[in-house]
Design a protein around this ligand. Structure first.
Ligand code: ZN
Length: 263
């Protein structure tokens, strides 16, 4: 799916389809729909009855397989939980932070197979900055000598943590974040009551559990301050946790119970 604030990005990307690279690198703030954008592109490339504006039809066999997560020409590379690795039932919220080389090797094998549907094979890597060093080097090798008709879609919020050689092998594509007004509209459309407070409060709370989330923090903070009708209880956590994102203020995150900043 595309979010309303991604329509211009979609048009911008469509204008570049005539000269598709072997790898894209989608960059943007946390929690703004980067992965959804990459998945939408993947589906549109695998769709067999493409609609106007390069939108996937949602009806063809390719789309149905994609939506059920079973498309044979698609792979997604993300960190696995310990349980997934051991074949046990996964517990939510226990993501390992890194993508390991074994997973990259499986994707490399996949990339060298012949496509099932006579089209492209697509690999989404997300979050790309979570490749461990060995995995990043393995991915770099295949980006340097990409098999024909294989497209890599890397998604990152901290592209500076990627190997410079990986970045240089990808076409970088910054994605838009929603303005406060767009974020509010979206929350209201989803039926969120008291959307203004929710945006300020939960936006900041999300930041407290993720690293390198400056843009989201800044958006929440400006949202809170820009709207004088917000209750002080919403503004205060936004201000506090946003400060905790800054390196000199890590102690503040700790004092506020955000022990993740000490990891
Ligand atoms: Zn389709």
């Amino acid at each position: 799916m595309l979010f309303p604030w991604q329509q211009q990005d979609w048009q911008r990307l469509n204008a570049e389809r005539a000269r598709l690279p072997n790898a894209w690198l989608f960059i943007g703030p946390a929690g703004t729909g980067k992965l959804e954008f990459a998945l939408h592109l993947a589906q549109s490339l695998l769709c067999e009855q493409l609609q106007a504006d390069h939108q996937p039809c949602g009806q063809c066999e390719g789309c149905r397989w994609f939506e059920h997560g079973t498309h044979p020409d698609f792979r997604r590379l993300s960190p696995q939980t310990e349980e997934e690795e051991e074949g046990k039932e996964a517990k939510p919220g226990r993501k390992l932070p890194l993508i390991k080389i074994e997973a990259v090797r499986q994707v490399i094998e996949f990339a060298h197979l012949t496509a099932h549907r006579a089209g492209q094979r697509i690999v989404v890597v997300e979050p790309a900055e979570n490749l461990n060093p060995a995995a990043a080097n393995a991915l770099l090798k295949i980006l340097e000598e990409p098999p024909q008709d294989v497209l890599f879609l890397l998604v990152a919020q901290a592209a500076q943590r990627l190997l410079p050689t990986i970045r240089s092998r990808c076409r970088q594509f910054p994605l838009s974040a929603p303005s406060p007004a767009q974020a509010l509209d979206w929350l209201r459309q989803q039926g969120v009551s008291n959307a203004e407070a929710e945006l300020a409060h939960n936006g900041a709370r999300r930041c407290s559990t993720m690293t390198r989330c400056w843009p989201s923090c800044a958006a929440s903070l400006s949202m809170a301050w820009a709207n004088p009708r917000l209750p002080a209880s919403s503004i205060w956590p936004s201000w506090w946790t946003s400060r905790s994102c800054r390196w000199p203020f890590r102690w503040a995150g700790w004092a506020n119970g955000c022990t993740i900043w000490l990891v």
